[in-house]
Design a protein around this ligand. Structure first.
Ligand code: SME
Length: 163
C-alpha cells in the first residue's frame, strides 16, 4: 500500500528529521523486503532534503556493493577501509567530511561532490552490514544534527529489518 510523506518543507532541518523518522519507521514496518525498504528510505530522504546523492552500500563478500540509491550513477564496489564508505565500515562509526578533497583516499563518484556523511548500519549482533552514504555539492553541508538523526535512522533499520 503506497503512502505519502507528510513533511512541512518550511521547517528547519532538525524538525524535518523529527517528522521524518517516525514516518520512515511506519513505512518499513509493514514490509519485510530489504531492497524495497532501503529504496523507499532513499526516496524519503531525497524528497525531504533534496540531497545531491543518497544511497546504501551493502557488505557483500568482504566489500561494499552499491545498493538502492537516489542520484547519479555511482561506483559499484568499495573495498574495506577505502574511501569514506570503507573507512566508516572499518572504524564502525559515522564519518563527517566537510571537504571531500581533504579526505585521504576519497572516492569521487561525482566531480560535483563537495561534502559527505557516511553512517554505518549494524545488525542485531552489532556487525556492520551496510553504510548509508549522503553527498552534497556544497562544502560542509552536514553537521552534528545530521549525524544524530541519521544514526537514529540506522538504529531504526537495525531494529526493523533483518540486515
Ligand atoms: N565518496 C564515497 C564513494 C561513494 S559515492 O560518493 C556515491 C567514498 O569515498 O567512499
Amino acid at each position: 500500500m503506497a503512502k505519502e510523506l507528510n513533511i512541512n518543507q518550511r521547517l528547519d532541518k532538525e524538525s524535518k528529521y523529527k517528522d521524518l523518522l517516525p514516518q520512515i519507521k511506519s513505512l518499513i514496518e509493514g514490509e519485510e523486503n530489504i531492497i524495497a525498504n532501503l529504496a523507499n528510505i532513499c526516496a524519503a530522504l531525497k524528497q525531504t532534503f533534496n540531497f545531491f546523492w543518497v544511497g546504501f552500500y551493502l557488505v557483500h563478500n568482504n566489500e561494499l556493493v552499491l545498493g538502492p540509491f537516489q542520484g547519479s550513477i555511482a561506483c559499484t564496489r568499495i573495498p574495506f577501509g577505502k574511501g569514506v564508505c570503507g573507512t566508516s565500515w572499518k572504524e564502525q562509526k559515522t564519518i563527517l567530511v566537510e571537504d571531500v578533497d581533504t579526505f585521504p583516499g576519497h572516492i569521487a563518484c561525482s566531480s560535483l561532490s563537495r561534502s559527505e556523511i557516511v553512517v554505518p548500519v549494524f545488525n542485531k549482533n552489532n556487525v556492520v552490514t551496510m553504510v548509508l552514504d549522503i553527498d552534497s555539492d556544497k562544502f560542509a553541508d552536514f553537521d552534528e544534527t545530521d549525524q544524530k538523526y541519521l544514526e537514529q535512522l540506522a538504529f531504526i533499520i537495525q531494529n526493523n529489518l533483518n540486515v
